[in-house]
Design a binder for this molecule. Structure first.
Ligand SMILES: Nc1ncnc2c1ncn2[C@@H]1O[C@H](COP(=O)(O)OP(=O)(O)O)[C@@H](O)[C@H]1O
Ligand SMILES: O=C(O)C[C@@H](O)[C@H](O)C(=O)COP(=O)(O)O
Length: 332
């Protein structure tokens, strides 16, 4: 039994901070993007997907971020509000910055990639003074995403949010969400990721993302060693994800839990991490232990990777429970 203690009685369960973008997912699948003519538009961006996931599951959530003063920015705000997410902390850029776009290519269920347009994006222009201490202290938990550390002033905005969260006992999730094309070089990336991770209670990332953070540590890739690094700081739990090979969690108390997967018909692989994070956070906030929460995460991931979108495919609590009751688990 290993449950997380969240602060009691706060106005909001969960705040996500970072990028709000647009996903344009290929309609004609099983072919390269050169042969794709039409795409369907969804709200995207990892922290946005996670906020949408937890809101659909029933948590009271809010978002801190910056949107472009354009049709895409307004579409994102409207969609968040339709999902019941508090969008009062979205600021609007007035410098002519644009909304980030992610075009997805689905060549096969195993071979998917993303072509991102991220020059002069509004999300990286979030300023520290646009992060409200009063707002953060209203929440039980805050999620930060690594991509928001890629450039100033968004980078400083993340650290300001982290300081408010620590000051007011807000539980901090860190989804590494490493997107190489957003960064200039690996040393800068590793340094800022490691600095931010020191202030976080729960760190979740893929093996490759942790490898990036450890680039200069002269350390062999080893999940247990990776996790232990963070237990000298605030971390209570570290989860390392391994795609179709499941995931593993380590706790500060020395326990470890292996997460299996659910049998599913994979359409595309992206969206797995965001759906996993959202359902896992939901389950932890419902009082479930870490191992059960990982099971929730895997189930949501299995649903989303069999669907065309990420955000729109996030299940409700009832859909998730039904799926878990009726679908075969694969223990790895
Ligand atoms: N092929 C698959 N079949 C079933 N579940 C999967 C599959 N791939 C990933 N998942 C689930 O999604 C979780 C996160 O996937 P992963 O690919 O590691 O994350 P990310 O999308 O962040 O790279 C895994 O731990 C697993 O539960
Ligand atoms: O994060 C983005 O900007 C793109 C996402 O919206 C996209 O759908 C995706 O890549 C999801 O990522 P994952 O959950 O880490 O696979």
């Amino acid at each position: 039994m290993n449950t997380i203690q969240f602060p009691a009685e706060r106005q909001l369960d969960f705040i996500s901070l970072g990028r709000l973008c647009i996903d344009l997912n290929a309609n004609e699948i099983n072919r390269p993007m050169e042969q794709t003519r039409t795409f369907t538009k969804y709200v995207g961006g990892s922290p946005a997907n996670i906020a949408i996931g937890v809101a659909r599951l029933g948590l009271k959530s809010g978002f801190i971020g910056k949107i472009a003063d354009d049709q895409m920015g307004r579409f994102i705000k409207q969609y968040l509000e339709e999902q019941g997410i508090d969008a009062t902390q979205l600021t609007v850029d007035h410098t002519g910055a644009v909304t980030g776009l992610a075009f997805t290519e689905i060549k096969s269920p195993e071979d998917c990639s993303i072509l991102m347009y991220r020059d002069n994006v509004a999300d990286l222009l979030l300023r520290p003074e646009e992060v409200s201490e009063d707002y953060i202290k209203k929440a039980k938990a805050l999620l930060i995403s690594g991509t928001a550390l890629a450039a100033s002033p968004s980078r400083e905005a993340v650290f300001v949010a982290l300081s408010y969260a620590r000051k007011h006992g807000v539980f901090v999730f860190f989804d590494l969400d490493y997107r190489p094309y957003t960064w200039k070089d690996t040393s800068e990336t590793a340094v800022y990721y490691k600095l931010a991770a020191q202030y976080c209670d729960f760190i979740i990332g893929t093996r490759e993302e942790f490898d990036m953070m450890e680039s200069f540590d002269g350390q062999q890739a080893d999940d247990k060693l990776t996790a232990q690094t963070w237990f000298d700081h605030y971390a209570q739990v570290v989860i390392i994800k391994h795609g179709g090979a499941g995931s593993i969690a380590y706790t500060k108390e020395g326990q470890s839990f292996k997460g299996g997967i659910f049998k599913t018909k994979v359409l595309k692989t992206f969206g797995a991490g965001d759906s996993y994070a959202s359902a896992m956070i939901y389950a932890l906030m419902q009082g479930y232990d870490v191992a059960t929460a990982m099971d929730y995460g895997s189930a949501s991931a299995a649903i989303v990777i069999s669907s065309h979108s990420c955000s729109e495919a996030m299940p409700t609590a009832e859909e998730l429970r039904t799926f878990m009751e009726t679908t075969e688990r694969i223990q790895l």
